[in-house]
Design a protein around this ligand. Structure first.
Ligand code: 5AD
Ligand code: SF4
Length: 438
């Protein structure tokens, strides 16, 4: 009889890609994928620790799986990724959810097959949260998409922004050698992939830990020559080390998409300093100006944290003012969530939840007007989109993305998924665009 697996992925694109590696490991062990946890023999939750919300989600999922285990004694439940990489969380999970068979951190992927075998034989929860940077380049992956692929270029983070858990759960920066990345991109092209997204917590520090002193701009430049790859994306950029050379490569490189995700976090210099971001609002706004002047039609998106400890109304006003000046295409905004072990966990946080909620709303209200205004600029234009698939409710409506990463819906009788096509924009909304096939 077949054995089935089910993976739930929380958090960022890096986690999504790690889940593609977990899928490959499980399939090698003879498991087949299922979409419903009820049909699974093994369930793996790949967790995120960046805010409290995704951590709460883990507890609620584990509650559900405990009930499933009542019917299926042999159901194997594992929790992996960023949350248990913190020892306190691993211990909490072990003590609170006795039905969990295996707890593993972000560094344990290469050991996963043995860990599953060991945990199956034992009557207690097995834990592996060693921070040992085991070699991952030999791991294979099973990608969800057949036309776009994640391609990690640098693991970990050395920045220690005071609110952020990532350096603690993903370890120090490790760049993958340029030859390895280029070879992987060549292979993806040969397999028919059209788009690659280069991943890293901070892609701009790519290469700083390598012997040959290659930079992220060098890497992008070289990737441009790979035949078959039509679009190259990258995320996330840290404003403090985004080089002029990189802006030039995005401008010149035909395949590099004109989009920067450039989290600003706050518009107040006082808060930026407490966040340990190592740039000022003036430097950030100069950078945005520079990018927009050099690359016509570029899209810039950003992240904002509201209610960071000590954020006064005046600081928050500075953030709203920055939104008006930077004029982002889109912004992802979050309420500050205290994370253990981080520097900010020790800062006094007097802002009430109600005020944080109101600040989120105020950010969104301003940003919605800006997003729509920028989207309207595309009205009547013919743009290239990569078709990602039919919409859930109506198979005759397809969805694609512009090079600037904007969603476009359009009607088509033919399924054009995975194709690059031209559409003319006929309607601009806040979150998406509508168009017709050219
Ligand atoms: N609280 C709220 N938001 C956070 N982010 C990271 N850490 C926290 C935190 N402790 C946000 C930042 C980051 C995005 C991925 O998540 O805006 O850019
Ligand atoms: Fe979440 Fe950060 Fe881990 Fe991604 S790297 S899953 S955002 S904690």
């Amino acid at each position: 009889m077949n054995k089935n697996y089910h993976i739930v992925t929380l958090g960022c694109q890096m986690n999504d890609h790690d889940s593609e590696a977990i899928a490959a490991i499980l399939e090698k062990m003879g498991y087949l994928p299922v979409t419903e946890p009820e049909e699974a023999d093994i369930i793996i939750i790949n967790t995120c620790a960046v805010r409290k919300k995704p951590e709460d989600k883990v507890a609620s999922l584990l509650g559900k799986y405990a009930a499933l285990k009542e019917y299926n004694q042999n159901l194997f439940v594992a929790v992996g990724g960023c949350m248990p990489q913190q020892e306190e969380s691993a211990i909490y999970l072990k003590n609170r959810f006795h039905h969990v068979n295996l707890i593993f951190g972000t560094h344990a992927l290469p050991r996963l097959p043995e860990l599953i075998h060991t945990a199956k034989e034992k009557n207690e929860t097995v834990i592996d949260i060693k921070e040992d940077y085991a070699e991952r380049d030999s791991l294979s992956v099973i990608r969800k998409s057949t036309f776009k692929a994640w391609l990690p270029i640098i693991y970990g983070c050395n920045n220690y922004c005071s609110y952020c858990v990532v350096p603690y759960v993903r370890g120090r920066e490790r760049s993958r050698p340029m030859e390895v990345i280029l070879a992987e991109a060549e292979k993806l092209a040969a397999e028919g992939y059209l788009e690659i997204t280069l991943l890293g917590q901070n892609v701009n520090s790519y290469g700083q830990d390598l012997q040959n002193q290659k930079t992220f701009a060098d890497l992008l430049f070289a990737l441009n020559y790979i035949e078959g790859i039509e679009r190259i994306r990258f995320m996330t950029s840290h404003p403090k080390d985004l080089s002029q050379k990189l802006i030039a490569v995005v401008q010149e490189g035909k395949k590099v998409c004109e989009h920067f995700h450039l989290p600003v976090q706050s518009g107040s210099n006082r808060i930026l300093e407490k966040m340990n971001r190592r740039y000022t609002r003036e430097q950030y706004l100069d950078l945005v100006k520079n990018i927009k002047e050099t690359i016509p039609g570029v899209a810039i998106t950003s992240d904002i944290i509201v209610g960071f400890p000590g954020e006064e109304e005046e600081d928050f006003q500075a953030t709203l003012d920055l939104l008006e000046r930077a004029y982002f295409d889109n912004v992802f905004s979050f309420k500050y969530s205290g994370r253990k072990n981080t520097a900010a966990a020790g800062f006094k946080d007097f802002t009430t939840n109600k005020v944080k909620e109101q600040r989120l709303e105020r950010v969104n209200k301003i940003q919605q007007v800006i997003s729509k205004d920028l989207n309207k600029l595309l009205f009547g234009q013919a743009v290239e989109i990569m078709v990602e698939g039919p919409s859930k409710n109506n198979r005759e409506i397809l969805t694609g993305r512009t090079r600037t990463n904007k969603l476009v819906h359009f009607k088509s009788h033919k399924d054009l998924t995975g194709k690059l096509i031209m559409v003319k924009i006929t309607e601009a909304r806040t979150w998406n665009l509508f168009g017709e096939l050219v």
